[in-house]
Design a binder for this molecule. Sequence first.
Ligand SMILES: Cc1ncc(COP(=O)(O)O)c(C=O)c1O
Length: 487
Amino acid sequence: MAVKVLYARVLLSYYTGIRHSFLGTPLDLTNFYYYFFHFFRDFVVVHYGKCCMSLKKFSYQIPNYAKIIKIKADFNVSDTNIGGFSMGRSFEKSLAWQKRARAALVGGGQPHKQSQPPRPVMVAGAKGAHFWDADGNDYIDYLMGYGPMILGHAYPTVIDTVTKYLVERGNVYNFGHTLEVELAEKLVQIIPSADRVAYFVGGSDATTGAIKFARAYTEREKVIRSGYHGWHDWCSHARGHLSGAAAATLSVDFNDLEGLADIFKAHPGEIACLIMEPSGHDLPKDGYLEAAKELVNDNGALMIFDEVKTGFRYALGGAQEYFGITPDMSVFGKALANGFATAVVVGKKEIMDEVSDVWVAATFHGEVSLVAAAIATIEELESKDGVAFMWKQGQKLLDGYREMTARLGIDTARVGGIGPMPFFGLSSDSDDEKQQRFHKTFYEATLDGGLYLPEGHIWFMSMSHTDEDVAKTLSVSEDALKRAKAA
Ligand SMILES: Cc1ncc(COP(=O)(O)O)c(C=O)c1O
């Protein structure tokens, strides 16, 4: 490490007596740390005991905090110490793991999960609404594995239920099984568009299944998409995809009713379905979902809601329940099983019974661990009123961000989404140096302060985001905005 280590048992609290003399400004403890570390930015001062926790608490106040090396061994903090504190953000171990990943994994791992400091690089574990990296840096998580972790990471009741079923019943069978029937009955009860359920593994698998069903039912090939639906050939233009498959996929922007009508006009009798995310960063305009459904059905096509993100967060019955509009078919994944990869296509019986012979089958569809996890997840959300809780916590963030950006006069911020899937972001015009600096300072300061705020992606709330997490998020964010303004 380039950073020199000055290891000293300095009682920093001793210095806090200088409150009224430093730079002629009244100083509190936080400011003291700020100036102290600004001054000694290339050194590390380690102080035992209580003060270490203070450093963690105020880490976001300290310039170059990431440079402050951790001497974790002295404090018995292991990589997997859930409640452990991190004295600064080092990335040494994470980067070593990344090197190993590059030698062992294709591309070093999935493209969207590649990262560099100051962002977290390699996760070592997660619990509740927090995750920590290989160096022990802890973050409040607002991406939650891109959505699945609706209850929280390593959620005990889900883990216990899955373990129990695996131990008592095994996992994959030659025939249908009782537990998959139990979950299907539950989904039929809670999702408005569900009379019948088909199991899949992961969202891409399920959206592809829904498209197959729609093509079989309508005997048409073209589909219209609106939103993200996964990586399979029909909805991806990535290098290596089958161009013929994507050629049958047309695309329309969210909330663009006219554009949708134009596609139907241009392709009479050819469109099997519209598959769309019903909501996201932008909410549907008044009447858009209803009008789109009418247009789709009038043209003999099926309306499919891709609720892979919205499922269980807008409501247990998804965005369709929240907006009061029932599509012909829907896809649920991600949060369905709190991190287990189950996904489902559900639909009205007139449609699903007609396509029941379509080959959408795989070894792991409906396997016990996935189904058990989904059952436990739904039970927990129902018994603890989890959806209302996420609405409440997310709304506090939205209100807080709106209030603070107005008060601080920040007009490059975007606050959007809804309670359980809120969004806060800063525009960063690449030609505008000041905006770039603002953006960089804000995100670095929030990371240093222990927040992982997804940039440009919708956020996901969970039942584990506590009042304390929300309060810390707002206070670290406000401080980061102030520092970004001053940068
Ligand atoms: C709306 C939507 N549909 C489908 C998918 C694909 O799901 P998966 O990544 O589980 O294959 C995603 C993933 O982000 C999604 O957000």
